[in-house]
Design a protein around this ligand. Structure first.
Ligand code: ARG
Length: 436
């Protein structure tokens, strides 16, 4: 490893094994943060020029070299490896190597503490925007299918026992609305954490009149995280809320996948999952298993496991503590795996094939009992009397067409009046908010 940026002229040497332990996976993880760190460094340099700490030429040269670093990194020509303590040091080393004296000026008025905090906020904003976009994509496919299959009967279950006739329209719209909720949550959390900690330095401010507002604006932040102590203390806290938004989506995905794996079993036989999401068995030649569905169901475990790990790190006093470095692995793991999985869901949903006959056949006469009771209510009977009467005469319930039951389910949101336009309106609104 090259000399760390904090190395002074004295004899202080940290043994290799201890340095490696302290760096941990930091360098690998910083690969994901580096593009954001570069962006923030560019804005920081311009901010320094505005207050006269750098000349315009110096800031311009830094800007060009930072662009070159971003390009070299994207092209794989610059590799962030254990030759550096972390991504922050790598940026300064690049500038110093290329620009000499000028490069050494980049760290005026900042600390790695606000440097990592700003990179993480930019990262989280980007990932939450993607999360909102993916949730909207999922909702969009579900809404299209709700519309196309609105009148296809589906047995409705509670307690996994047959309950009432339902429809694919209602099932699809239910999952669609859940993902619209999740897109809104991701967007709200993104707006909530949209604040720049850059310029809080080590957590106490600096004796330079930094143009914090200008730098924040250039980076696209809505506001400043004003107080330096709180800007540092918010590290981990904002990540937790971001993971909560992700967990809302993976938890709804888990339920959706549960439905599919039940419906795809031979006993139900309602749906066929596209072979693209299936694998075979190494021993049973007859098998084609919906592994993709199951691993999407398991995604939530990765996310909440990461959340617990992150939360456990945060038992800390005020001020920067190096423990905070250990908030990065769970956050990057959760968003990495989480978004990778969510991105597959639209194709999974679009490829489902339903077996209409099986679903209609599975709806037996007793499932019409509640409809019958409400018919008696419409004729003037009290609900409790109607409930008892139908309950006593269950075996006399006439077979009915499920389609008639669905058409008559006119309560707003129900099978006969899905109000898809309302869900779609929210989906479109959150999509445009997420684009901002
Ligand atoms: N890798 C560190 C982190 O993620 C960067 C900040 C280091 N700051 C320090 N004072 N040692 O927290």
């Amino acid at each position: 490893m090259s000399d760390p940026i904090w190395k002074k002229s004295g004899k202080h040497e940290v043994p290799e094994a201890i340095m490696r332990f302290m760096a941990g996976q930091d360098v690998e993880l910083d690969r994901e943060l580096l593009p954001f760190d570069i962006r923030a460094s560019r804005a920081h340099a311009r901010g320094l020029a505005r207050i006269g700490v750098l000349s315009d030429d110096q800031a311009g040269a830094m800007g060009r070299e930072l662009d070159a670093l971003a390009d070299a990194f994207a092209a794989g020509e610059f590799v962030l490896d254990h030759g550096f303590e972390d991504g922050h040091s790598a940026i300064e080393a690049w500038l110093t190597e290329r620009l000499g004296e000028t490069g050494k000026r980049i760290h005026a008025g900042r600390s790695r503490n606000d440097q990592v905090a700003v990179a993480l906020r930019l990262y989280l904003k980007d990932r939450l925007q993607r999360l909102a976009g993916l949730c909207s994509d999922i909702a969009e496919v579900a809404l299209q299918r709700a519309d196309a299959e609105r009148d296809v009967p589906l047995p409705g279950h509670t307690h996994l026992q047959q309950a009432m006739p339902s429809s694919l329209g209602l099932w699809w719209a239910g999952h669609a609305e859940a993902f619209v909720d999740n897109a809104e949550l991701a967007t709200a959390i993104r707006e909530w954490l949209d604040a720049s900690p850059l310029g809080t330095a080590s957590g106490f401010g600096v004796n330079l009149a930094l143009d914090r507002d200008g730098v924040a604006e250039e980076l696209g932040f809505k506001r400043l995280a004003v107080n330096p102590q709180n800007a540092q203390a918010a590290r981990g806290k904002v990540e937790l809320r971001a993971i909560d938004a992700l967990a809302a989506a993976t938890s709804d995905l888990r339920r959706l996948c549960w439905d599919l794996s039940l419906y795809a079993s031979q006993e139900f036989g309602y749906v066929k999952v596209s072979p693209e999401f299936c694998t075979g068995s190494s021993i049973m030649p007859n098998k084609l298993n919906p592994d993709g569905v199951e691993l999407l169901r398991a995604l939530h475990a990765t996310v909440v496991g990461a959340r617990a790990e992150l939360d456990a790190v945060l038992s800390l006093p005020s001020g920067y503590q190096r423990d905070l470095q250990d908030t990065k692995p769970p956050v990057l793991r959760a968003f990495g795996r989480g978004l990778e999985g969510l991105a597959l869901v639209p194709a999974l949903l679009a490829g489902l094939e339903w077996n209409r006959e099986r679903m209609i056949l599975a709806i037996g006469a007793p499932m019409h009992a509640t409809d019958r009771a409400n018919e008696l209510v419409a004729e003037g009977m009290s609900f409790r009397d109607a409930y008892r009467k139908v309950g006593e005469e269950l075996d006399q319930l006439a077979e009915r067409e499920a389609a008639d039951s669905l058409a008559a389910r006119v309560s707003p949101g129900g099978c006969g009046d899905l109000l898809l336009d309302r869900i779609e309106g929210r989906m479109r609104a959150v999509r445009s908010r997420a684009r901002e």
